[in-house]
Design a protein around this ligand. Sequence first.
Ligand SMILES: Nc1ncnc2c1ncn2[C@@H]1O[C@H](COP(=O)(O)OP(=O)(O)OP(=O)(O)O)[C@@H](O)[C@H]1O
Length: 743
Amino acid sequence: MDILKVLSRGIKSNSKNKPQAAAAATQLPSAGALPRPQLFHDPVGTNPRGKKRKRRGHAQGDETDEAQEDEELSDVDYFAPKKPATNTAPAEAEEDAAPKKRKIKLLDEDECRQILRSHRLKFTILSGLPPAESGEPEEEGPASKTKKQKKDKKSDGDTQKKDEKGKKDDHKKQIFPQPLTSFAELRHTYDVSSQLAANISAQGFRVPTEVQMGSLPLLLRPSTALKKAKSVDIPGMDKGADFLAVAPTGSGKTITFLIPAIDGVLRRREAQGRDREEHVLEAVVVAPTRELASQIVNEGRKLAIRTGVRVVLMKKGLRLAAEEVKGGEKSKDEGEGSGSEASSSEDEGGGEEESEEEKEKAGKGGGARPLARVDILVTTPKILLNFLSGGKSGPRRVLPSVRSLILDEADVLLDPIFRKQTMGIWRACTHPDVGLTCWSATMASSIESLITKQLEKRSKRPGSTPRPLIRLVVGLKDTAVPNITHKLIYTATEPGKLLALRQLLHPVSSADSGPPLRPPFLVFTQTIERAQALHDELKYDIPLEAGGSARVAVLHSSLSDSARSKIMARFRGGEVWVLITTDVLARGVDFAGVNGVVNYDVPTSAAGYVHRAGRTGRAGREGGVAVTFYTKDDIPFVKSVANVIAASEKQAGKGEGEAVQKWLLDALPKVAKEDKRKLKVRGVESRRTGGRASITTKSSWERRREHNRLQAIEASKRRKRQQQKEEAKGKKGEEVEWGGLDD
Ligand SMILES: Nc1ncnc2c1ncn2[C@@H]1O[C@H](COP(=O)(O)OP(=O)(O)OP(=O)(O)O)[C@@H](O)[C@H]1O
């Protein structure tokens, strides 16, 4: 069934448009074609491996190659999980991978530099360089400059000299490690286990994305990755580095942190001569929402097939092999969290409900339960911190066996909403060599400074080995997906927004060159109340023949765990076409076939926009659309969103002002820092207070009239009731009197 046909009420079929529409449909994310996942490939110099390449999306020249490549790309089902590249079972694939083990010649530093630049990968050492190399004052790291130092720097007259020096220092702090140019190198050059290599290959990934290209060599074998890097000598690098990656949404960061985590477990198991059945908790992955945590577990399990590595989701009542801290003080952080709907933390910032099943299990002698067999634990912050703090009466615990702490969506995990919980977990990872890796599509410099300072503090602890902190930025920092179309739509009033959304669903005018939105898509609102109200409004918009109200669903943090999982499964399965939600689904969640994102309510920060918009156009898929509505209430805040859109378009090489006209960008007011902060925490105030009432197609005049009508009906009913009462009383009185007569 053609979803579009069913949804496009009132449009006469136009045979002329058919081929065009069909062609457009095949380019949509939901068409399921395996994408070419690299976003950037600039023609910088010559390719050292001697192959001619072209920049994706701006290809010039060899069309036939591309056509051939297109043909090779097999179709995948709508929303279906990725098929293996071949039909080889993992075991067979292992055989394939094993005999190919051969060493590849490493690239020299210049060659690395060219490839990295062409893919817009920039590595910077944020801390850990000897003072002379880092260009920083000896006693302070880059993030810990005092206010006075900053002031002194500003007031220095010779700014040009300073700039030149700055550039030189910046250059010094850059590194050019080996890029991963194909997944086969993981086995050949970086020596990952044959089974892990086979599992990666079985996922059907053909080319590494930029973030994989840059991060995997450095995280897997830092000494190999930097063998040819002559320009910087980084002390402690042989122990590995702490790592911070800022890469576009949907660029495959999940497997980028999971592969080194699984590889680390396998290596240590081999080095320590441990049995496959012996599990030691070595890595903890923290993610802000349970949807994202479960997704990471699924990805991890696919990569860990037949390796014996157990990837487990943290649940209440799970007993981890932790060490009890005698006389340890309870952390003040326990149970803190805001639960603001305006941030993606709305989910886990508050408490977690214990399911009946879990309560029952816990009741049956929780203490006697065997230790969970876990190598890699995936968790939301609060649930793990609750375990570590020992609940109300238990002892405080630490996790000394953990060697790797991974913060997915690190900027939100270290934002004040989650900060204390995340820091509590970090403190509990007491191994002196514990490594930290942080991942997100957005990273405020305040968060970077926080990470740098914390790492500096930790490196001063007795027994700990100093490690450098390396940052990788892919493309421009903090910009939205460059491979999708952004639309900013103004409607004067709130009811106008609903009409505009309906028009996107059912374009009625022939002037529409086709609907910009094809299901499936996500609709984001600011609050749970508004998500529910919008759901009530839209649920009958899909004709019965097309599935009716079952096609529209709502998901937010007030729903039970099982209800949330069911809705996720129905959306992934293609049963739900329009999923209305809050920021709970804004980060990390991967629906490969989502064609569009509607910001029914403007996101409350630029980062919020990046993450929401990034739910479409995953893994480089083209054809996704992000539509953002704004009303006059949003005008003070829409500038940051407009700026992100403009930067994304620039990054994508599109003409100026395709989604946001220059005059609009100039005219939109700048927002004071304090207002930005407030907006991030609370959202647009009128939507908190107006909430549900403002989601309706009726104008305020109509609403007032309707209100008056209802009031009049209510008053008339009241009067009638009153009259009936009085009549009844009267009757009673009469009856009494009559009773008297009866006597
Ligand atoms: N090399 C690759 N080739 C093709 N697809 C890939 C590749 N690597 C990852 N993917 C797929 O890309 C999609 C997005 O990956 P992932 O969810 O890890 O993105 P992300 O960078 O974490 O995004 P976000 O910032 O939104 O959390 C997933 O479906 C994943 O399976």
